[in-house]
Design a binder for this molecule. Sequence first.
Ligand code: MN
Length: 278
Amino acid sequence: MSLRLQVGAATDVGQVRDHNEDDYLVDHDLGLIAVADGMGGHRGGEVASSAALEALRIAFVAGAPIDEAVVVANDAVYDQSVADPNLRGMGTTLTAGAFDDEGHVVLGHVGDSRAYLLRAGGLERVTTDHSLVEELIQAGELTPDEAERDPRRSMITRALGLEPGVLVDVIELDLEDGDRLLLCSDGLTTMIGEPELAERLHAEPDPASVAVELVDAANAAGGLDNITVVVIDVVDVVDDGGADARATVPSEPVARNVAPAAPAAPEEPKRRWFGLRR
Ligand code: MN
């Protein structure tokens, strides 16, 4: 069996923020796909997410397994933040998948971006948020429904770039023909509930179309944060005599809105919380 990936991606600044600190990576040749949601004053968030993805890619090319590549990305962001006072304190989430052509994927995950698997119409979250509300859910102090509306829902407890080294969740999946994997930033999942997510992912067969549709839906629901969506469809291909199973549909970024050259808005208080316990 040979599986190929068809990928659609979209990112958008949303309705409220003045620039987009999310970023994503889709590299068909490497089988490497990732979403990063940066944070930090001034331009730190944008730098953190893009620097993390670049360091991840370089480490992966050099042969690092995905969890080690995420740690390399962490250290790259951290080193940059220490070296430049303007970038001090920046950080980013990172949810990254390494795919082979037999459907095996290894995810490395830090923060509150998410991966979901749509299989046979059912949607399952495969990552755990490193967030305050997730800890409160685990502790029985909040229900998942309450957590969705909790004002502390964007406070995260683990991120890349805050200190040397980071603990990386590793999740392995065996994908099958017809599976659809979603990687997304919290700007999607805080605007759209999982039932609507499942319905839209199930209804629209084209991965690029559904990526744009989900971004539009998050914007229609308020677009309070940057929104990034990567939809990965797994398609079985007949043996074509050894051609590269990954040399497939190029995935052009769509709906990548550039932040307007905004006049200096009053600095909004950072809603992120870096409550790392030592
Ligand atoms: Mn976000």
